[in-house]
Design a protein around this ligand. Structure first.
Ligand code: BGC
Length: 419
């Protein structure tokens, strides 16, 4: 028997899976279309979910989830500022939503997940204050068109990741570096757009039950490796200040908090610093070095299950908003590692909920192995694996997927592990 056998989650808890359009759909015209990832790949076909969403809904059904966090791609729906929504593309998403509904799967729709229409980018992207009202125009049109089909709205996915990788770290197109002022502007404009779109969504109570709206904040812990080294503390404190503290304040401080009805948390783990070197795979630290230091990492970051409890309690104390874990997952070819990692995190989640933290759902990242932004197809996060060497892109259930299916299917919302 696995240690999470006895965990009970409340009735109505959402067990879901999350994806993002640029990572799975393919056939998209946004800033990622011409981007070449570190493995030499691109997102032009990705998982071809654009043509195969019906099959992918079958996979969601097979996994037994009752919720699905999906993005809608802005660049498909508006050909220019303030234009009407593209009817054909809208119909496609409506068909997807209707298929989810008939499969008993509740959608959470993400309005912005690291991508923009080309006309936003050519006008200076989110540094330009005009981006905010353009986004608000798009979002309010979309919400009006889909309002009776969607109850859960997620305005921005990880504004901190987006703004830092585009303007500080050079990882996302157009790959600028150290433009702190642009970073601040982007966050300010997104926060303003979030407030306006959220107010609009909250005023629309046509769905019978009240709609819910919030951002998804990526929370990474930044910590020093050596307690007594100021050189380890400095970068950790700086990163925490810029990526966590500053961004949360921009979206949720003071009267802005009222715009959100929930807080989405994307949680993967922690980054420790030795001097200015971040100790994570792919940042100059070798596997041997990380192992030698005793850092347990997936292919992206150090795992820190206890941190999930810490941040949930902190959010609860500070904001008193219900939380959805809008993303959690691990990238590894080692299924046992991922299963263990998921079990550990669910136990911590359960403990925090027992202590009174209101968490309404958990969305595993992600359904399919897919285009992992600057890393291409090398990071394997999928519950269902995709063979990218075969042009037919065949999907296959993984052991992690079977494990998650066991959790979703457990009677009375008990998480029962099968391995
Ligand atoms: C993002 C996803 C990404 C995942 C794994 C999150 O930061 O929202 O798009 O694939 O992390 O890196």
């Amino acid at each position: 028997m696995n240690q999470i056998d006895a965990l009970k989650f409340p009735d109505g808890f959402l067990w879901g899976i999350a994806t993002a359009p640029t990572q799975v759909e393919g056939h998209i015209s946004n800033e990622w279309t011409d981007f070449v990832a570190q493995d030499g790949s691109n997102c032009r076909v990705a998982c071809d979910h654009y043509h195969r969403y019906a099959e992918d809904v079958q996979w969601l059904t097979e996994l037994g989830v009752n919720a699905y966090r999906m993005g809608i791609e802005w660049s498909r729906l508006q050909s220019g500022p303030y234009t009407a929504l593209n009817g054909q593309e809208l119909e496609r998403y409506i068909d997807l939503l209707d298929r989810l509904k008939s499969s008993g799967i509740e959608p959470m729709v993400v309005l912005h997940h690291f991508s923009n229409p080309p006309w936003i980018n050519s006008a200076g992207g989110w540094v330009n204050p005009a981006a905010a009202p353009m986004f608000v125009d798009y979002a309010t049109k979309l919400v009006s068109a889909l309002g009776d089909r969607v109850r859960l709205w997620n305005t921005f996915n990880e504004p901190d990741t987006y703004a830092s990788l585009v303007y500080l770290l050079g990882g996302f197109p157009p790959c600028h570096k150290w433009r702190l002022w642009s970073f601040r502007k982007v966050i300010a404009h997104m926060a303003e757009a979030h407030v306006q779109v959220s107010r609009f969504i909250q005023q629309r109570r046509t769905v019978g039950v009240s709609p819910e709206v919030g951002i998804a904040k990526n929370w990474t812990f930044f910590n020093p490796l050596r307690c007594f080294s100021p050189w380890d503390h400095l970068p950790a404190a700086l990163c925490h200040q810029v990526f966590n503290h500053y961004v949360l304040n921009a979206f949720l401080d003071g009267p802005r908090r009222a715009a959100s009805t929930f807080l989405g948390l994307n949680y993967y783990g922690q980054v420790r610093f030795k001097g200015f070197q971040p100790l994570v795979p792919g940042s100059g630290a070798s596997r041997q070095q990380l192992d030698h230091l005793g850092l347990v990492c997936d292919d992206m970051v150090e795992r820190y299950p206890a941190g999930l409890g810490t941040i949930l309690r902190k959010f609860h104390r500070r904001y008193r908003l219900p939380v959805y874990i809008t993303e959690h997952g691990a990238a590894s070819q080692d299924a046992d590692f991922r299963i263990r990692d998921l079990s550990l995190h669910l136990r911590v989640l359960h403990d925090a909920m027992n202590e009174g933290v209101a968490v309404r759902g958990f969305f595993y990242w992600t359904l399919l192995d897919c285009f992992e932004w600057q890393f291409g197809y090398t990071k394997k996060f999928g519950l269902v694996t995709v063979d990218f060497n075969d042009p037919a892109l065949p999907r296959k259930m993984t052991r992690v997927g079977e494990f998650y299916r066991g959790i979703c299917a457990a009677p009375h919302r008990e998480a029962i592990a099968r391995s």
